[in-house]
Design a binder for this molecule. Structure first.
Ligand SMILES: CC(C)(COP(=O)(O)OP(=O)(O)OC[C@H]1O[C@@H](n2cnc3c(N)ncnc32)[C@H](O)[C@@H]1OP(=O)(O)O)[C@@H](O)C(=O)NCCC(=O)NCCS
Length: 418
């Protein structure tokens, strides 16, 4: 219960129109063909995926939790050799909402591993996303190797914190808590849209996402809203794990958010479990603003992971995010992206009034690797760190300082583990 990953939260709202396979395309001796999984292949894909993840006993459950249209496969000789499950939620980047995609799971059939299928699947996915004007794609990786080869890099955090309830702030004033029934989501969804706009990397959750979240909650889960002087200011969805030692209460905040100023009150909602030696866990950015309200040194990171990002389209991605309002200027970059050749080449990035615009030019330095661009895009790594890692080269001090200023960001993080 402490770790509460949401492995299947992202439905695919928009199914792309897809032409049927040309006759004779799946030749046994030929290259595997990339395409969406057909409805009649759904159970086979689910079995491939769950065997890949070492949970073959859950294949039927996984098939039930997912939909055929979410999968892309590589097929050869009438056999499926690899598959991925795709989410198509937008993401918020520095206060701006943009189309995005999420690789939820990816597996190569055991007997077909080590032949480049995972990377090929990703290459094909990138071409598909590019064709449908999706500028970024994100994922959590069990191993970074195939994703790095495909141009992904670590770009943000997922962190679960744990604190003793007795160390949380005590007063909710001037806010008051109110309980909602679990499927009464309108207020919380409206709040989320306000909160997500200041969470760098947050998913643009749709109604299906919310239904999946509350649909899997155990009995006894409570949805609380904080009312402030001018209306609802926060929410917390809390569930209780089996008590430790028969009595210590474990409270897992499965989802939360609040408007500026309400965070101490949100924590204070749970401080009443202090006398029961309550232990509270939640996900947040790293470092967490909770440092400012929880008693010093009184909370731990109980679980953490990093997510990866791929810039699918340089021009669209650089235009999609926001930049510091006070910054005005230009920088030249040579993007090196052999797997997405439409990105490769010299670009002039112009930043002014919080917006960025990239235009093709004939030549440029410094050189920026696609992976470096991914980590720079969210501000997860600064240009100096990218240069140290060899992902940014030939940058002069003026270019380094401009890039640092332009991509300086809020902490990139996501609340859900997908
Ligand atoms: C990980 C997995 C998808 C790789 O599939 P694959 O088709 O064998 O991978 P590829 O042949 O395309 O190899 C791509 C790269 O990943 C590396 N790689 C493959 N399997 C790896 C593993 N288990 N650990 C570390 N690196 C691995 C390869 O060496 C290759 O590296 P390179 O590009 O630097 O040469 C496959 O082993 C699998 O399905 N595993 C179980 C499910 C899983 O872990 N999925 C990933 C979840 S995010």
């Amino acid at each position: 219960m402490d770790d509460y990953p949401l492995p299947d939260p992202l439905p695919d709202p928009a199914e792309p129109a897809w032409p049927p396979d040309p006759p004779g395309q799946e030749q046994p001796a030929g290259q595997p063909v990339y395409r969406p999984a057909r409805e009649d292949e759904h159970d086979t894909v689910a079995a491939l995926m769950m065997l890949g993840f070492g949970q073959p006993q859950d294949a039927a459950g996984y098939a039930e939790r997912s939909r055929g249209g979410e999968f892309r496969v590589l097929a050869a000789g009438g056999e499926l050799v690899a598959a991925l499950r795709l989410g198509r939620l937008g993401q918020w980047w520095q206060g701006r909402r943009a189309p995005s995609a999420q690789v939820l799971q990816l597996a190569t059939a055991i007997e077909h591993r080590g032949r480049g299928h995972a990377v090929r699947l990703l290459d094909e996915l990138l071409a598909e996303l590019h064709a449908s004007a999706v500028p970024t794609v994100t994922l959590f990786a069990s191993t970074p190797a195939p994703y790095r080869t495909a141009g992904f890099e670590f770009a943000g955090t997922w962190t679960r914190y744990t604190a003793l309830a007795e160390h949380l702030p005590r007063s909710t004033a001037p806010y008051r808590a109110r309980r909602l029934v679990l499927d009464d989501l309108d207020e919380v969804r409206a709040l989320y849209d306000q909160v997500a706009s200041v969470r760098h990397g947050a998913l643009d959750r749709d109604l299906g996402w919310w239904h999946r979240l509350v649909g899997r909650e155990p009995a006894g889960t409570a949805l609380l809203v904080l009312d402030g002087p001018v209306g609802p200011a926060g929410w917390a969805l809390i569930a209780f794990g089996p008590p430790e030692d028969g009595w210590r209460v474990r409270i897992s905040v499965h989802d939360w958010g609040c408007l500026p100023g309400a965070e101490p009150a949100l924590f204070a909602l749970l401080s009443g479990y202090g006398p029961m030696d309550g232990r509270v866990s939640w996900t947040g950015p790293d470092p967490d603003p909770a440092l400012l309200v929880v008693a010093e040194r009184a909370y731990d990171i109980s679980s953490r992971d990093h997510w990866m990002l791929r810039v699918v389209d340089v021009q669209a991605a650089l235009a999609a995010r926001a930049y510091p309002e006070a910054l005005r200027g230009t920088v030249r970059l040579r993007v090196e992206d052999p797997r997405c050749p439409w990105n490769t080449g010299a670009w002039l990035l112009e930043v002014s009034e919080g917006r960025g615009r990239a235009e093709r030019i004939t030549s440029a330095r410094p050189r920026l690797d696609a992976r470096g661009l991914a980590a720079l895009f969210t501000g997860f790594q600064d240009p100096e760190s990218l240069a140290a890692a060899g992902l940014l080269a030939e940058a002069q001090p003026r270019e380094l300082s401009f890039l640092r200023a332009a991509f300086c960001s809020r902490r990139p993080w996501v609340a859900e583990h997908y």
